[in-house]
Design a protein around this ligand. Structure first.
Ligand SMILES: [Fe+2]
Length: 276
């Protein structure tokens, strides 16, 4: 806690320390407004509660089993990436273009694809929080249940499989409009030389492995975040190109298959169609 407090003070960030914790069951804690404008809380001691891993008697078919990751919107992804790398995070995957613009990066400390992802856009804003299920079928059950409850309008995107992360996913909106992802079956990243996978922003399969288009709201909507006084942080506009403008924009320049000479897109599709 001392090191965390000193680290953020050194970075010029606002911090607040409470030796008896901010939250019931949590001990000595420090809250910070980090360099990207997000509120974080670090703690060391917690009261442990009953572990529910094998309480199958309590489970429903769409049971969530743990918190997997966050996704944060920030205007300058390389700056955010450097800040998180300095905290010991590694980059599993990212999205770039041939001009060197980085649109998103997936960063991990635990040995999965990410603990947090940085998405380029107006920020700081929270894009989503993601909870894991054991299997794909748990996610399908959640969709069926939302249909039965007549709240299918709260399903924003999916279900589907991501290109980035390979995870099976679903995005839903909670009653306050905050986005929640249900996520399962990404892969192990514990090898210390695990190479970063870079996706071309024009690759139609990067966000959805089956090539389904991303709904515009997924790119534009996100939740405001609060400072340590509980007031919304001002949002800074992203100056670089946005991913939605590139991939859904008028240039129409995107591809599913890439030919060896660099030509892309529909032409290849026609050839394949003729063969079939
Ligand atoms: Fe996610």
């Amino acid at each position: 806690m001392d090191a965390a407090e000193a680290y953020y003070k050194e970075l010029g960030c606002r911090t607040e320390r409470r030796k008896d914790g901010f939250t019931k069951g949590v001990g000595d804690s420090v809250r910070v407004e980090d360099p990207l404008g997000f509120p974080y809380e670090f703690f060391y001691e917690v009261e442990h509660v009953e572990r529910l891993t094998q309480r199958y008697d309590l489970y429903s078919a769409g049971e969530l089993v743990r918190l997997d990751h966050f996704n944060q919107v920030t205007p300058d992804v390389p700056r955010g990436r450097k800040y998180l790398e300095d905290l010991g995070f590694r980059v599993s995957e990212d999205i770039q273009d041939s001009d060197g613009v980085t649109y998103a990066a997936w960063m991990h400390r635990k040995q999965t694809v990410h603990d947090t992802a940085l998405t380029g856009g107006n920020g700081p804003r929270m894009h989503h929080v993601a909870f894991a299920t054991h299997e794909k079928h748990n996610i399908i059950q959640i969709c069926d249940k939302m249909g039965a409850l007549r709240i299918s309008d709260r399903i924003e995107r999916g279900p589907g499989r991501h290109g980035v992360s390979n995870a099976f996913y679903l995005y839903i909106l909670d009653p306050d409009g905050h986005r929640v992802e249900i996520y399962t079956q990404d892969y192990y990243t514990g090898d210390p030389d695990n190479p970063t996978i870079t996706w071309d922003v024009h690759d139609n399969q990067r966000r959805d492995w089956w090539g389904n288009p991303v709904v515009p709201s997924w790119y534009t909507e996100a939740s405001l975040v609060l400072d340590l006084d509980g007031n919304p942080q001002p949002v800074v506009v992203r100056e670089e190109k946005s991913e939605m403008a590139v991939t859904v924009g008028a240039d129409g320049f995107s591809y599913t298959r890439k030919e060896e000479d660099g030509h892309t897109g529909e032409k290849t599709g026609f050839k394949l169609g003729a063969q079939l």
